[in-house]
Design a protein around this ligand. Structure first.
Ligand SMILES: Cc1cc2nc3c(=O)[nH]c(=O)nc-3n(C[C@H](O)[C@H](O)[C@H](O)COP(=O)(O)OP(=O)(O)OC[C@H]3O[C@@H](n4cnc5c(N)ncnc54)[C@H](O)[C@@H]3O)c2cc1C
Length: 261
């Protein structure tokens, strides 16, 4: 029987762009370019490797996000995933981690799965809690923060590296795992992969497809609330010191003045 792998991938604002808060203190996602979260590229890579080593496997990538989040799905499809699911609904605006896990879990159940692979954290929210929340909602084991992962005979195995020791962990399928940025470099999409991705299926679901009420998600359903947000002050030009023999001394004085030394 085919091994059904679902990879959760997030479309995040480009960290190199200018990011702002909207009036309701949510991240302004319309005003900034986005991309597939780099940490989720590792999850896609591990899913592809597991699928390549399996007799029969199918990799589905799943995202919750605005219209542009399809770009993240296209990138994962061009890396080699087989199909994609995009959950989009205006009522998702303001959804927190708990709401996100509800939507992901319902979508994963609807898609059908044996193994869910997530990133260790998103590069924008960086909470690192969604995989554990999804596993709890699905009622299946979670093996998180793996640096190495493989599937054998209905069991997912992996290594989690801690400060003091490395643990070998395993869980019977179905299960949820998350992988770290040490799990192996993600492949670049090839030209052939980019062309093939254009023909791969992308399903679009909204909240009604998942039997989720609007009140369960969005800002109304959120357990967390952002009270205030302050934009980082604009960068100043800094001081340029021209070295006319005293440069080293001036540098040391500057560092001492800032209490760096
Ligand atoms: C349109 C939109 C508006 C939002 N507005 C708010 C808001 O106002 N306030 C708020 O608190 N949160 C909001 N969120 C949700 C927020 O951006 C996070 O998705 C959520 O809080 C989870 O936190 P995190 O990203 O830190 O997850 P982490 O726990 O760091 O993520 C770990 C892993 O979970 C998976 N994952 C996380 N999010 C998604 C996703 N969206 N799709 C697919 N996989 C995912 C990825 O594999 C990721 O690597 C919004 C999300 C969207 C899409």
């Amino acid at each position: 029987m085919s091994l059904r792998i679902v990879v959760t991938v997030k479309y995040v604002p480009d960290a190199t762009g200018d990011r702002h808060f909207a009036d309701d203190l949510t991240v302004d996602r319309d005003d900034v370019d986005g991309l597939l979260s780099e940490l989720d590229e590792y999850a896609v890579e591990q899913a592809l490797q597991i699928s390549e080593n399996a007799d029969d496997a199918e990799v589905t990538v799943l995202t919750i996000g605005p219209e542009d989040a399809k770009d993240a799905l296209r990138k994962a499809l061009s890396m080699g995933a087989d199909k994609a699911i995009h959950v989009e609904d205006d009522d998702l605006h303001g959804t927190d981690a708990i709401g996100t896990s509800l939507v992901l879990a319902k979508a994963i159940e609807k898609a059908g799965y044996d193994l869910v692979i997530s990133g260790m954290a998103s590069t924008d929210g960086t909470m690192g809690v969604v995989p554990a929340l999804v596993a709890e909602r699905l009622g299946v084991p979670q093996v998180t923060l793996l640096s190495e992962v493989s599937v054998e005979d209905g069991t997912v195995k992996g290594r989690r590296d801690g400060d003091a020791a490395s643990e070998q962990l395993e869980a019977s399928l179905p299960a949820v795992v998350s992988v770290t940025d040490q799990s192996g470099e993600a492949r670049y999409p090839s030209f052939k992969g980019i062309m093939a991705a254009k023909k791969k299926p992308v399903e679009s679901w909204d909240l009604s497809d998942l039997d989720i009420e609007a009140e369960e998600v969005g800002l109304d359903g959120a357990f967390t609330k952002v009270e205030t947000a302050t934009e980082r002050p604009a960068r100043t030009a800094g001081t340029i010191v021209k070295d006319e023999g005293e440069g080293g001394k001036q540098l040391a004085e500057f560092l001492a003045g800032q209490k760096f030394i």
